[in-house]
Design a protein around this ligand. Sequence first.
Ligand code: SAM
Ligand code: SF4
Length: 349
Amino acid sequence: MDLGIPVVRGTPEASDRPDTPLLVDRFGRIAKDLRVSLTDRCNLRCTYCMPAEGLDWLPKSDQLTDDELVRLMRIAVTLLGVTDIRFTGGEPLLRRGLEHVIAATAALRPRPRMSMTTNGIGLDRRARALKEAGLNRINISLDTLSASRFSTLTRRNRLEDVFAGLAAAREAGLTPVKVNSVLLRGVNEDEAVPLLRFCVDNGYQLRFIEQMPLDPQHGWTRTNMITAAEILASLSTAFSLTPEPAPRGGAPAERWLVDGGPAVVGVIASVTRPFCAACDRTRLTSDGQVRNCLFSQSETDLRAALRGGASDDEIASLWRANSWAKAAGHGINDAGFHQPDRPMSAIGG
Ligand code: SAM
Ligand code: SF4
């Protein structure tokens, strides 16, 4: 299928790179949004993300310490023009010292906007402290409103904890609270309407995410994936949806006003309507590897550089080279597509 994304072959020449401190690539994009994976570990086992037994977690000695992590984020903000940082994982609430990392990030100048993507478990006890540390807002993943389906989907019986986390996030002012939902055929595909009703009633912003081929079990199939078109068709049976007039910018979600607004619903159609041409992301894994795309086949080892004594400027140069080499698109729809070796949970979703 040709989706209009140019396929780029050959090695990006460093000498062609314009003289700018920013994280530019060969297609005119500038990465200002940094996704930081705080851990690859998780307390759920969502079937589309992890096998029941979990994964071989990264060794502790490979993980960036808090000081190493904050140093890399300082380089990103002060030398590379990063303006937004999203903490994710694995499950970021499992990172020891999370509030400390957030407070240290809030002290950077210029201060980056900070958000976090979490499964919400334990958030009811932490939302206020996270807000006080400087976190601006939060995305909480919730794929079903049914306790038994939640147990099947995540292999843990924790739905009530997620509801409590959502309410606590709203009360703490981590707003707008966004809800991420992945619909799976034959599992929760009939929940598009109830999930939107729940979010509208509670003041949360719902975003559906098309399932992507990033699971270690390689269980993704194009036919099993619920497409954006299917989601919209389903929502349209109960709501009137009008495209939001505001420009989408680098945001991955296409958004619609629900019943005339102000409520909105988003759909992140990474597979059927890729937004690679507007991508403004760069990614840092919990073991200090920089990736220019969820789907990239290569990484730049910043941990080795910083533990080997590299200066801030040297690390910034490595990061710029990584961005310069970014491909035009993720290639999911190309015949020769290969899933990256790292699963989503170890890259940072
Ligand atoms: N544990 C946290 C959570 O679940 O929100 C953060 C990490 S998780 C990998 C981030 C988001 O990626 C979640 O909303 C999850 O539903 C989504 N996700 C995981 N695997 C996915 C896949 N194969 N395709 C699309 N989204 C996926
Ligand atoms: Fe854990 Fe998030 Fe993956 Fe679910 S989607 S297993 S909560 S990392």
